[in-house]
Design a protein around this ligand. Structure first.
Ligand code: BES
Ligand code: ZN
Ligand code: ZN
Length: 491
């Protein structure tokens, strides 16, 4: 779908549908709404007077032959309370309208801007919202695909604002395309998306956007002594890959940010095998890795003035005659020994070697993302991503970037006292910390391998998969944190 600026008066825009946001409690006889109401012949005021439409977020009213408009339909969208309006509501309104109008077989639709938000930001959010909403994970349906006739979204503006608006649209498209790329990769079944295939996709992305990649194979992992990653991988017939993507800023910078994403292309649990019920969902255990790859795609296009590494330890976690056993002791790249109590706590094992490798490659700051623990859903549900880390400034920046992106991130503590839970009798540490504070002990384990490099860990196990369709989002992978990371790195 194309997104264009349209400098005509809203009632002169030729389109299938014109979308107009209305605030909760807004008076249809005052201000700009009065003119719109008049053009509908008073239909808007009667919708409001009868209480059929109040402007609450999520409400809508859809009119055919709406009156004195070039548009053939009018879609009023509830925009919620005026003083609570923000870019995330723009995203949701744009997304809901796009999905609704797609189902009404519209080809072109236009948005009337009725808020005081900066035009670039609001255009960026509207573009993101619409493009994210139109993604559907239906690649493998051979029929029953969602019919989509949408060709163009028009953003009403004035002549003077068109450049700023289009800059917002371009950024919104880069970010939404990256997020949808992550969703597409996450949604792939594990028989298609093996570690080698994930590496291939990363290489394709890098090539397309002109950045470097390096894929480490098993032999190289052995040379580096990556015993934690190799221990997880040894149970699988699929060879593991350590994917490294590298964006180098044209403007010299001493800063190298590493985005490290968990890339378990299928998590059976290994010998500590998971129950059958729901196990199919464990194809999304590479969501952190896909997010890192997708964020690199956007970063390569937005060209921030810092160097960025995308690092994905990719492997399956399988049971079998060669699989690692509970009780095994492995040695990570840093030399630290790990007692593997539960082979299902494999994410932290592969990340241990991946964050160490990030440091070796010169990372000055690390952010890792992982579908690491079921416990994060118990703590925060599917609403908040958990962040934990060693550097409060870095954590605060991540939370702020999330807020701007419309992604909620909540910090959990990581005090020294929690380390007791991962003490081992026979090795330096063990890979699980018992029933209590599972998300924290999981993060603490990774902390043991980052040393003094400023580091933050995002646990996206509760938020990377949407269980129910929302008006602005399909069921399935959400691509959570792509937007946060891009906002974090590309101001
Ligand atoms: N990939 C899982 C975490 C997970 C669980 C993600 C449910 C999404 C939904 C991870 O590898 C895992 O199995 N973690 C264990 C850790 C435990 C053995 C300490 C968990 O959370 O149960
Ligand atoms: Zn697991
Ligand atoms: Zn896992």
């Amino acid at each position: 779908m194309e997104v264009k600026a349209e400098a005509r008066k809203y009632y002169e825009i030729d389109c299938d549908a014109l979308v107009v946001g209305v605030f909760e409690g807004e008076n249809p006889n005052q201000g700009s709404l009065a003119e719109i109401d008049k053009r509908t012949g008073g239909v808007l005021s009667s919708l409001i007077e009868t209480g059929e439409f109040t402007g609450k977020a999520g409400e809508n009213a859809y009119l055919h032959n709406p009156g004195d408009f070039r548009a053939r339909r009018l879609l009023f969208m509830g925009a919620g309370k005026q003083d609570e309006f923000n870019t995330d509501i723009v995203r949701k309104i744009a997304g809901t309208s796009a999905r609704l109008l797609r189902s009404k077989k519209a080809r072109t639709f236009a948005f009337l801007r009725r808020s005081q938000l900066p035009i670039g930001e609001s255009a960026c959010s509207a573009t993101e919202g619409a493009l994210l909403a139109l993604f559907d994970p239906d690649k493998y349906h051979t029929n029953e695909k969602n019919e989509n006739h949408l060709e163009t979204m028009l953003l009403a503006t004035t002549e003077g604002d068109a450049d700023e608006l289009m800059r917002g649209v371009d950024r919104g498209r880069i970010i939404a395309d990256a997020t949808n790329l992550a969703r597409e990769i996450i949604n792939e079944p594990s028989n298609v998306l093996t570690p080698s295939e994930l590496a291939k996709r990363a290489e394709e992305v890098a090539k397309k956007h002109g950045i470097e990649t390096e894929i480490l194979d098993e032999t190289q992992m052995k040379e580096f002594g990556m015993g934690a990653l190799l221990g997880v991988a040894q149970g699988s017939a699929q060879p593991p890959k350590l994917i490294v993507m590298r964006y180098t800023s044209k403007i010299r910078s001493d800063e190298t940010i590493a985005i490290v994403g968990k890339g378990i292309t299928f998590d059976t649990g290994g010998i500590s095998i998971k129950p059958a019920d729901g196990m199919e969902k464990m194809k999304y255990d590479m969501a952190g890795g896909a997010t890192a790859i997708a964020a690199m795609a956007a970063i390569a296009q937005l060209k921030p003035p810092v160097n960025v590494l995308g690092i994905v330890p990719a492997t399956e976690n399988m049971p079998g005659g060669r699989a690692q056993r509970p009780g095994d002791v492995v040695r990570a790249m840093t030399g630290k020994t790990i007692e593997v109590i539960n082979t299902d706590a494999e994410g932290r094992l592969v990340l241990a070697d991946a964050v160490a490798y990030a440091r070796r490659l010169g990372a000055t700051k690390i952010v890792d993302l992982a579908t690491l623990t079921g416990a994060v859903s118990v703590a925060l549900g599917d609403v908040y991503v958990a962040v934990l880390g060693t550097d409060q400034t870095w954590i605060d920046q991540i939370i702020a970037a999330g807020r701007k992106a419309g992604e909620k991130i909540w910090q959990l503590p990581l005090d020294k006292e929690y380390r007791d839970q991962i003490k081992s009798e026979i090795a330096d540490i063990k890979n699980i910390g018992g029933r209590k504070a599972g998300t924290i002990t999981g993060a603490y384990f990774i902390r043991e391998f980052v040393d003094d490099t400023p580091w933050a860990h995002l646990d996206i196990a509760g938020t990377a998969w949407n269980e129910n369709t929302k008006p602005y989002l399909s069921i399935g992978p959400t691509g959570v944190c792509v937007r946060t990371l891009v906002n974090l790195i590309c101001e």
